[in-house]
Design a binder for this molecule. Structure first.
Ligand SMILES: [Zn+2]
Length: 538
C-alpha cells in the first residue's frame, strides 16, 4: 500500500510540474485578438505576427520562413512545426514524416481560419496537442492574403451575422487568389508554388474559408480536391475515408454537425439537390488533385456567431491533424503510388482524359440539415418562403459533389512549342513543371488543334474575359528547331501539364488568354490557325 501511495504521489507531482511548465509557457502575448476582444475583433497582420513571435520565443519547435513580401511590403510568415525541430525540407524528407499544410485567410474577409490556426499552433506547442508532432510535420500560413486582411472595413462581409466589427477584403490588389491556381498571376500564388508546394511538397493542403450565404444546418462544410483529370485515388481517399472519419470524430467529441459543402435554392423547398462549387483547378484545393496530393476545403458557417465559427475551424483543423497523425503513412503511400501510376501511364501516352467536366451526384444521397423555410402568399398572390429558426433534416437529397468528363482529349507523350513562346515555358516552370529545350532540330509525329474561332466569355473573372477555342484536331508531322521547348509527360505532373496545355481544357492556359494574342493575329488573315502547342503521339 505504502509503495502504491508513493507511486501515486510521484506521478501526481510529475503531472503538476508538467502542468506548471505549461502554464508558465503559455504567455499573455499568445492570446489572439479575437480572444482578447470577446470576439469583437479579428487580428491585423501585425497582431498575428506578434502572437507568432511569442510562440517562437517560447518554443524550439518552430522554424520560420518567408512566403513572400507582399505588394504592401508585408513579410508573410510560414511556420514549420516539428519535433524534433527541423529547418529544411531535406531534414523533413529524411524524417520520413508526412507534411501537412494548413493555410488560412486566402480571402481576406474570411478570418476564422486565421484565428483558429493560431490557437491550434498554441495548443500543439503549449497545450494538450503536443502528440500531433510525434508523427508528422506541420506547415502553417495563418495569413495567406496579408494585404487583403489589413484592408479592413465595416461592410466587407455583409452576409455574416455577428462578425468582427472590421474584416478585410476578399481580394488582393484586384485578384481573387483562389482563382489563380492555373494562371499564376499574383505574387501570392507564385510564392505558394515555389516556397510551399515545390519546396515542402505537402501531402495534404487544408484551405480555410467561410461561406457567403446558404442557411444549411452545419457548423462547417467541406470538400475534397475534386477529381477531374487527376488520378482518382488521393481524391477518393479524402472524400470516402478521411473526411467521413473526421466528421464522426467531430460529432462524437464536440457534438458539432459537419458535412459536404454546397448550396440549394430555397424557392424549391424542400430542396432535392445540394450542389457544390466549380471543379476547376484555378481553385487551389482542386489544383492539388492534378499534382497527386490531397486537399480539403473548409468553410465555416457564415451565420454562426464569430466565436462559434472560430471554434468550428479550430476543431476541424485539430481533428484533421489527429487523423493524419495516425494515418499519415497511408496518405503518403497513396500519393506516392499515384505519382508512379501517373508517370508510367503518361510515358506511353495515347489514351483519353477529361478536359471539360460537369457536376454529378454521388451515389449515396444526403440527409441534409437545413434551417426550415415556410411558404407564404405575397400580396400579388405568388408564393415566397420565409426562413424559420428551426433546423430540420431533409431525407434523400441528391448530393452533387463529384464531376464527370463531358469532353476528352488524347494524352500525348510530350508537348512541343516554338522558342517564341518563352512566356509559356516560364509559366509551366512556375508550376514546377520540367521544360526542356531541343538540342537539335527534329520532326515529330502527332496532332495539333486547328483553331477556327476564339470565343470570349462575356463576364470578367480575375481581370480576364476567358477564351474558349473552337476547332478540331488534325494529325500530321511538324518540324521543330534547336532551342524550341519540349515538355515530357513521363513524370508525376503529367495530368497538370495536360490540363494546362490542352487547347480546349476548361481551365487551361488557352482559357486564361495566354494564346489570344498569337491566335487573333493569325485568324485576322486566315480561316483557321494552328494552336501553337504540338502534341507528340509517337
Ligand atoms: Zn473563401
Amino acid at each position: 500500500m505504502k509503495n502504491m501511495f508513493t507511486i501515486l504521489l510521484v506521478s501526481l507531482f510529475a503531472q503538476l510540474s508538467q502542468g506548471a511548465e505549461n502554464v508558465s509557457s503559455f504567455t499573455a502575448q499568445m492570446i489572439t485578438q479575437a480572444e482578447l476582444s470577446n470576439y469583437e475583433r479579428t487580428s491585423t497582420f501585425a497582431e498575428v505576427v506578434s502572437v507568432l513571435d511569442a510562440l517562437q520565443r517560447n518554443s524550439q519547435l518552430i522554424h520560420r520562413e518567408t512566403l513572400l513580401i507582399t505588394e504592401d511590403g508585408k513579410d508573410v510568415p510560414i511556420l514549420v512545426l516539428a519535433n524534433p525541430a527541423i529547418s529544411s525540407p531535406e531534414q523533413a524528407k529524411a524524417s520520413g514524416k508526412p507534411i501537412i499544410y494548413i493555410q488560412a485567410n486566402i480571402h481576406g474577409g474570411e478570418v476564422e481560419g486565421k484565428e483558429a490556426s493560431l490557437i491550434v499552433m498554441r495548443d500543439i506547442l503549449f497545450g494538450d496537442k503536443k502528440h500531433l508532432l510525434d508523427t508528422q510535420i506541420l506547415v502553417f500560413v495563418p495569413v495567406y492574403n496579408a494585404d487583403g486582411n489589413d484592408n479592413m472595413t465595416e461592410n466587407s462581409r455583409p452576409s455574416q451575422e455577428m462578425s468582427p466589427l472590421l474584416a478585410g477584403q476578399r481580394q488582393a490588389h484586384g485578384y481573387d487568389l483562389n482563382r489563380d491556381g492555373m494562371a499564376v498571376e499574383t505574387p501570392e500564388t507564385r510564392a505558394l508554388y515555389a516556397n510551399i508546394i515545390q519546396r515542402w511538397d505537402p501531402d495534404l493542403l487544408v484551405d480555410l474559408h467561410t461561406t457567403n450565404g446558404t442557411w444549411h444546418g452545419y457548423s462547417l462544410t467541406y470538400a475534397p480536391s475534386y477529381h477531374t483529370a487527376g488520378d482518382t485515388e488521393p481524391s477518393d481517399y479524402t472524400a470516402q475515408i478521411m473526411l467521413p472519419a473526421i466528421q464522426s470524430s467531430v460529432k462524437e467529441k464536440f457534438n458539432l454537425e459537419f458535412s459536404w459543402y454546397g448550396g440549394f435554392d430555397y424557392h424549391d423547398w424542400p430542396p432535392t439537390e445540394l450542389r457544390t462549387y466549380n471543379h476547376a483547378p484555378r481553385y487551389l484545393t482542386n489544383n492539388m488533385g492534378l499534382r497527386n496530393r490531397m486537399a480539403i476545403l473548409s468553410e465555416t458557417f457564415a451565420h454562426d456567431r464569430f466565436y462559434k465559427r472560430v471554434h468550428a475551424a479550430n476543431v476541424f483543423v485539430e481533428e484533421i491533424l489527429e487523423y493524419t497523425s495516425v494515418h499519415g503513412g497511408e496518405i503518403q503511400r497513396i500519393n506516392r503510388e499515384a505519382d508512379a501510376r501517373v508517370a508510367a501511364k503518361a510515358a506511353s501516352g495515347s489514351y483519353q482524359n477529361g478536359i471539360q467536366f460537369e457536376m454529378v451526384p454521388l451515389e449515396e444521397t444526403l440527409n441534409l440539415l437545413s434551417y426550415k423555410y415556410i411558404p407564404f402568399t405575397k400580396e400579388d398572390g405568388t408564393t415566397d418562403f420565409v426562413r424559420s429558426s428551426e433546423i430540420v433534416e431533409i431525407q434523400g437529397v441528391l448530393n452533387f459533389n463529384a464531376f464527370a468528363a463531358t469532353m476528352s482529349a488524347t494524352v500525348p507523350k510530350a508537348y512541343v512549342f516554338s522558342s517564341d513562346f518563352s512566356h509559356i515555358a516560364d509559366k509551366l516552370r512556375q508550376h514546377g513543371i520540367q521544360v526542356d529545350t531541343l538540342q537539335a532540330s527534329a520532326i515529330f509525329t502527332g496532332e495539333v488543334f486547328n483553331v477556327t474561332d476564339v470565343e470570349h466569355q462575356s463576364f470578367v473573372q480575375n481581370n480576364h474575359n476567358n477564351s474558349r477555342l473552337q476547332g478540331s484536331f488534325v494529325s500530321g508531322n511538324r518540324n521543330f528547331s534547336a532551342g524550341d521547348y519540349y515538355v515530357p509527360m513521363d513524370n508525376r505532373l503529367a495530368n497538370l501539364i495536360f490540363y494546362l496545355l490542352e487547347a480546349q481544357a476548361d481551365d487551361g492556359l488557352a482559357y486564361w488568354n495566354f494564346f489570344d494574342h498569337y491566335l487573333l493575329q493569325e485568324l485576322a488573315s486566315a480561316e483557321s490557325a494552328d494552336y501553337p502547342v504540338f502534341k507528340v503521339l509517337q
